[in-house]
Ligand binder design. Structure first.
Ligand SMILES: C[S@@+](CC[C@H](N)C(=O)[O-])C[C@H]1O[C@@H](n2cnc3c(N)ncnc32)[C@H](O)[C@@H]1O
Length: 135
């Protein structure tokens, strides 16, 4: 688990830091030492109150999470990421659909606040990194 702040959880290794940094990337790589079946990202930026700005930042973070997942998933693996619907939403959806996953669905949780645009994108059957197939 990577978080910017999190209390210890039994049987869970927690790394505290910004997952978008090369430093955290390398920390995760050395910890897991291989590929994983699933990456789940519930991160969200601190919202400013400016809707379109916040939505763009949230989608940017989801794209970073997708890049992170692509680096660590094994082919056939799955990726779940929280994001927010709006102007930039199609970007992350297309990125996942066209480049990386065999199936992509959008899921809105019943727990989401009324009026909130929060959704989860579920990418299934990771196609593998491009250079994996290029040999
Ligand atoms: C909606 S909260 C979800 C928290 C978590 N699911 C929980 O139940 O505690 C979003 C979290 O994403 C974290 N976050 C945002 N950007 C991040 C990043 N680049 N790296 C790591 N965590 C990040 C924030 O600090 C915040 O705690």
């Amino acid at each position: 688990m990577i978080s910017t702040r999190c209390p210890p959880i039994e049987n869970v290794t927690t790394l505290t830091g910004d997952f978008t940094t090369p430093f955290m990337h390398e920390k995760v790589r050395s910890l897991i030492g291989g590929e994983v079946n699933i990456v789940v990202c519930d991160a969200a930026p601190k919202f400013s109150g400016n809707k379109s700005y916040d939505q763009a930042r949230a989608v940017g973070l989801s794209e970073e999470a997708c890049d992170f997942a692509v680096d660590f998933l094994k082919p056939g693996g799955n990726f779940v990421v929280k994001t927010f619907q709006g102007d930039m939403f199609q970007l992350i959806l297309d990125k996942m659909r066209l480049n990386f996953f065999g199936g992509v669905k959008v899921y809105r949780s019943k727990a989401a606040r009324k009026g909130s645009t929060e959704v989860y994108i579920i990418g299934k059957k990771f196609k593998g990194r491009r250079n994996d197939s290029e040999g």
